[in-house]
Design a protein around this ligand. Structure first.
Ligand code: SP5
Ligand code: ZN
Length: 354
């Protein structure tokens, strides 16, 4: 199996994140990608490929230009405004309630502020997502990893793994969030739709709901989004991911959320996976984008599921049984000692040899 990896992710070197107002050691750290890459190399069955640059256009097919510009300019602005910090985290976010009662016209007049803290709030969701000097560079390369995986699959590869870092599925059209800046999977899916004219399914098996991917394709009839995740009543991203969110307009029925309780184990999880796979089977198309996360693992420090490694091998087998080509992109997973083995188990489940 070809695996797209790059060392450029190292530029996004985050040390702390803010949790309930307090700095804690970051979960989404540089070592994650090195551990996964090391396990692929040790396995021997993966052909490592460098990404190629794809420019801004495929990003702008999915994201607001203002988000791209903010991420590009953020660090220079921090320096210009002489904020002596290692990382940028907003403290003020535009809550819906701030605009309650205002008309559409009045709301249309809201504008991005000039101060960098305000800009970070305008384009952000949460305080667990710091921007550091190399964030933009790394996030751009993560998109290139995803798009290179797409190129390889469109060029005839059956399954390609893209080791994206930073991850992407919390990033919405106009919002970075949850360790994510550009939505790698959504950008990949959009590129596949445009290249093939076919429908595309996105299967999101990260522990968290991919609110960004859901938002981007909410009204789209040509992209199915199916996600298995911790119930948002209990966990991040809290405000989206309920089972009754099914899409609107052309997208009705093309959004499938499968929230699960705490302590969900292999059996419950694989049942939910079968429901997601049924929805994909019912949607025409030959390519599936997988948002792959291992924060579902029993020892993950953020997730509260109880999956074992055996479930990952079995999940890989069941996804392969769709008989579709796969663009598999890395999202979360924060238990460093298990991360490499879990990734190999999942990918080997898909393709046992070669
Ligand atoms: C891609 C991805 O997996 N993003 C996850 C974003 C989660 N953000 C909230 C993190 C909350 C950390 N909670 C620490 C709890 C310690 N017990
Ligand atoms: Zn996650």
């Amino acid at each position: 199996m070809k695996a797209v990896t790059t060392e450029h992710h190292r530029a996004h070197d985050v040390r702390d994140e803010v949790y309930l107002g307090v700095p804690i050691p970051a979960h989404e750290v540089v070592q994650r990608a090195g551990i996964i890459k090391g396990a692929l190399v040790a396995d021997g069955g993966f052909d490592l490929v460098e990404p190629t640059e794809h420019g801004e256009l495929p990003i702008l097919a999915v994201h607001d230009r203002g988000l791209l510009r903010f991420l590009e300019e953020a660090w220079g602005e921090v320096r210009r405004q002489a904020i002596g910090r290692q990382s940028l985290v907003a403290d003020t976010y535009p809550s819906l309630a701030m605009f309650e009662g205002m008309s559409r016209e009045a709301i249309a007049k809201l504008r991005e502020p000039a101060a960098i803290g305000g800009r970070a709030g305008w384009w952000g969701l949460d305080s667990s997502n710091p921007i550091v000097p190399g964030t933009y560079e790394a996030a751009r390369w993560a998109v290139d990893v995803a798009l290179t995986a797409v190129d390889l699959v469109l060029g005839g590869e059956r399954t390609v793994y893209g080791l994206c870092r930073p991850p992407g599925h919390h990033a919405a059209r106009s919002m970075a969030a949850g360790y994510c800046f550009f939505n790698n999977a959504a950008i990949a899916a959009e590129a596949i739709v445009r290249a093939t004219g076919e429908r595309v399914a996105i299967l999101d098996v990260d522990y968290h709901h991919g609110n960004g991917t859901q938002q981007i394709f909410w009204r789209r009839g040509d992209v199915l989004y199916a996600s298995i995740h911790g119930d948002p009543m209990r966990v991040y991203p809290f405000f989206l991911g309920h089972a009754d969110e099914v899409g609107e307009g052309d997208g009705v029925g093309m959004n499938v959320n499968l929230p699960l309780p705490a302590e969900a184990g292999d059996e419950l999880y694989l049942e939910a996976l079968d429901r997601a796979l049924e929805a994909i089977n019912a949607t025409p198309g030959s390519i599936v984008v997988v948002s792959l996360g291992f924060d579902t693992y029993r020892d993950d420090p953020i997730g509260d599921f109880a999956l074992t490694r055996a479930a990952y091998a079995e999940a890989g087998r069941r996804v392969a049984a769709l008989g579709r080509r796969l663009v598999i992109l890395q999202e979360g997973g924060y238990h460093l000692p298990s991360l490499g083995k879990n990734a190999v188990a999942w990918l080997r489940g898909v393709e046992p040899v070669g």
